[in-house]
Design a protein around this ligand. Structure first.
Ligand SMILES: C[S@@+](CC[C@H](N)C(=O)[O-])C[C@H]1O[C@@H](n2cnc3c(N)ncnc32)[C@H](O)[C@@H]1O
Ligand SMILES: O=c1cc(-c2ccc(O)cc2)oc2c(O)c(O)ccc12
Length: 367
């Protein structure tokens, strides 16, 4: 008979094995989802308008019947990840439906907000996967100090890649536009008082202008400027209270009462962030007495001792994005201390953090 502490040792090793295997095989969740998206399974199941049996799914997909058991296993792992649900149809039959959390439509305006599993598509492009193979070499070699793992993999910056590779650029613009629609919708509700008090807002690095459009429509008396690089705003159509302006945020930002920076600063290192913040400060400085401020929408990572205050999925999403920014663009997700330092270095006197955007917060910065 084994001694109790030997048993203990064995069970620790078995638990360790589960943990290590589970963590190292997690990419299979993403890759299985990628396959389901390419097969168009979520749309097929949604269009079926009732729980869909495995046999019905096989027929709809035109898959050889010999793969039935493999499709069952693909669906089983996706059910485990929370993308689909298996519902009882009759005594002997189960049917698949898309899980509510994987397909959220605004009940008020379906065209405005549609959050579903197709959001992951850009994350599974080669641009997201290949740079990880270079991470070890990047850590070890001095010569790569001024490069990102992405640049090692593709011999160009992520931004150049998006400009050159049409598909990747389109996927990127679509994903950030979906995000901007969601956050824009929350902003016009949660920041109503701010927008009602001011006369102008500039969305710095506003992409194709989705957030500006939502704000401009909700506040017709507000003058909105969507500001981004020439090739991004080129050809975009202005409206009554929305103009698209081309420029470089490191050089100058168009003056306005409020400068909005959504998902910009996490792309850049500290020195670059201070430069952008200084340009934004100059843009809002003359509105100091009229509610002038910079509004930042970004993650505020909790320090380790406070991590229990946010749920595990939020925390993990923040840390995953932090790694993604490190590998793609040389940026980072910051904690409050790191944000505070940037704000002080850029010459701001006061800031206020309000966690109103899921895993991200609104940070208001006063000149
Ligand atoms: C991650 S996207 C964020 C887009 C948008 N703010 C959003 O969250 O939906 C970063 C944006 O910064 C823009 N950008 C990059 N460098 C810039 C620069 N020097 N001046 C102005 N915009 C820039 C990019 O073109 C891109 O649209
Ligand atoms: O490369 C990206 C991709 C995203 C992204 C992916 C999927 C979504 O549903 C939303 C966004 O966001 C990025 C981002 O914010 C950034 O600053 C750089 C790169 C990317």
């Amino acid at each position: 008979m084994e001694l109790p502490n030997q048993e203990n040792e064995m069970s620790k090793m078995l638990n360790g094995q589960v943990h290590i295997l589970n963590q190292s095989l997690k990419f299979i969740n993403s890759m299985s989802l990628k396959c389901a998206l390419h097969l168009n399974i979520p749309e097929i199941i949604k269009n079926h308008c009732a729980p869909m049996t495995l046999t019905e799914l096989i027929t709809a997909l035109g898959i050889n019947k010999s793969k039935a058991n493999c499709l069952f296993r693909l669906m089983r792992i996706l059910i485990n990840s929370g993308y689909f649900i298996s519902q009882k149809i009759s005594e002997n039959e189960q049917g698949y439906v898309v899980a509510p959390s994987a397909s959220f439509h605004s009940t008020k305006d379906a065209s405005l907000i549609r959050i579903d599993v197709s959001l992951v598509a850009p994350v599974l492009q080669p641009a997201f996967v290949k740079p990880w193979d270079y991470l070890t070499k990047w850590f070890l070699n001095e010569e790569f100090c001024d490069m990102t793992p992405f640049e090692m993999a593709f011999q160009m910056s992520y931004w150049e890649y998006l400009r050159k590779e049409e598909n990747a650029g389109r996927h990127f613009n679509e994903s950030v536009a979906i995000d901007a629609r969601l956050i824009g919708g929350v902003m016009i509700k949660e920041c109503r008082e701010i927008f009602e008090e001011i006369e102008s807002v500039v969305d710095v690095g506003g992409g194709t202008g989705t957030a500006s459009m939502i704000i401009a429509n909700a506040f017709p008396n507000l003058r909105c400027i969507n500001f981004d690089l020439e090739h991004v705003v080129d050809g975009l159509t202005s409206s009554e209270n929305l103009v698209h302006v081309a420029g470089d945020m490191f050089q100058a930002v168009p003056p306005a009462n409020v400068a909005l920076l959504k998902w910009i600063l996490h792309d850049w290192n500290d020195e670059e962030c201070v430069k952008i913040l200084k340009r934004c400060k100059e843009a809002v400085e003359s509105s100091k007495e009229k509610g002038g401020r910079v509004m930042i929408i970004e993650t505020v990572v909790n320090p380790d001792e406070k991590q229990k205050q946010v749920d595990e999925e939020t925390r993990e999403t923040q840390l995953l994005l932090d790694m993604l920014m490190m590998v793609l663009v040389g940026g980072k997700e910051r904690d409050e201390k790191e944000w505070g330092q940037l704000f002080a270095d850029a010459g701001f006197t006061r800031y206020k953090i309000t966690p109103i955007f899921g895993f991200r917060s609104l940070i208001q910065l006063y000149p």
